[in-house]
Design a protein around this ligand. Structure first.
Ligand code: SF4
Ligand code: SF4
Length: 362
């Protein structure tokens, strides 16, 4: 199929019609995706409006900015203010608040912080800088894998180290399901992140929780096609992992990327914003790379106790699909993309931000 076909209006409408017909036999279906790019596509193309009322399309914990704990943000801000170093990170991370400050607002308190588009640029800045530079390394396997590959392949400047808050999607989802925190009937798996991990890690999710799982691309036909594949599975009473994104994604994933990840990182417990510590859900440097691990190199104090979100912010419920953004009393009133109270309003992968961009103050 040509690329433009994935946006084709007639195809989109016929998929929506097929979904409507088949969904009649179900009282209610709650389908969750775990990818900010999916939420972006769903909001931009108003795909929820094409679905019947008995299908709820929920945005799960799929935005790397939203799941970065305020505890981690506090730790790096506190260290950076007291010590002469540069913090390097992606643009979206600059505006997400810790318990009091974001990296950007903490610059008023003396934090030296610089936005970069990727690790390549961070390396460039570290080479220019005379002081220590710490890369606040955020994101799921999509971002963790390139970071690992670059670390393996280039000579890093000695003054550059990393504060890894990388998360591993399959185990994050699995543990949330085990903890009974997700009330869902099926999952749309993240297309890009799965290109790295492959689909095998989701077999356990499908079999242990009887959840149809379909990996999907990011065009309207992809998302609706995945929903139809899910309904077909439910109709036939089967729960398996399927691939709608065959044009780019294969079942095994990217072996080279997986090797780079395994060489550099261990899978460890990790704190997710508003959700607490999730077992085996993060990437942390292997012992052999302790010299790159800023947390150890500089002994950055960190408490692993549960962190509350901004007072009144209901992001945790948004990313568990328990509420929709407008149900948060702050939505569009005091929280908007110009003044984001919680992380879900910051990034264009954030659920509240996507709803606001399309629906405004409703
Ligand atoms: S593709 Fe990966 S990095 Fe991009 S939003 Fe989805 S999960 Fe996040
Ligand atoms: S509207 Fe703002 S405060 Fe409310 S859940 Fe969303 S990001 Fe958090």
């Amino acid at each position: 199929m040509q690329w433009s076909k994935f946006k084709d209006k007639d195809l989109v409408l016929s998929l929506a019609h097929g979904i409507k017909q088949k969904a009649k036999k179900f009282d209610r279906l709650r389908i969750m995706h775990v990818c900010g790019t999916h939420e972006n596509a769903i909001a931009r193309y108003a795909l929820r409006d094409l679905l019947p009322n008995n299908i709820k399309l929920l945005a799960g914990p799929g935005c790397p900015v939203c799941v970065t704990s305020s505890k981690d943000i506090d730790a790096i801000i506190n260290y950076g203010i007291k010590n002469d170093c540069t913090i390097l990170t992606f643009g979206d991370m600059l505006r997400v608040k810790g318990s009091a400050y974001s990296l950007l607002s903490a610059s008023k308190l003396g934090l030296y912080v610089k936005m970069v588009y990727g690790l390549d640029e961070a390396i460039y800045y570290a080479k220019q800088a005379k002081k220590d530079a710490i890369f606040f390394s955020v994101g799921f396997e999509t971002t963790a894998a390139p970071v690992a590959s670059i670390i393996k392949s280039v000579n890093l400047p000695e003054n550059l180290s990393f504060f890894s808050v990388h998360k591993y999607t399959p185990n994050g989802v699995l543990e949330l399901l085990k903890a009974g925190k997700l009330n869902i009937d099926a999952l749309i798996l993240p297309g890009h992140a799965s290109i790295v991990s492959g689909l095998a890690p989701y077999e356990k999710v499908a079999s242990s929780f009887n959840l149809p799982c379909v990996a999907a691309g990011f065009e309207p036909v992809d998302v609706l096609g995945a929903i139809l594949m899910i309904i077909n599975q439910l109709e036939d009473n089967i729960c398996k992992v399927e691939n709608e994104y065959e044009r780019l994604l294969n079942y095994e994933g990217n072996k080279l990327a997986q090797k780079a990840l395994n060489d550099i990182f261990d899978i460890t417990d990790s704190i997710w914003r508003g959700l607490g510590i999730i077992k085996n859900s993060g990437f942390e440097f292997k012992k052999t790379y302790n010299y790159l691990n800023a947390k150890l190199k500089f002994n950055i104090p960190f408490s692993d106790s549960y962190t509350e979100e901004q007072k009144g912010c209901r992001c945790a419920e948004v990313i568990l699909g328990t509420i929709e953004p407008p149900q948060c009393p702050m939505y569009a009133k005091i929280c908007n993309p110009h003044n984001p109270v919680g992380p879900c309003m910051v990034s264009d992968e954030g659920t509240c931000r996507n709803w606001w961009e399309v629906k405004g103050d409703i």
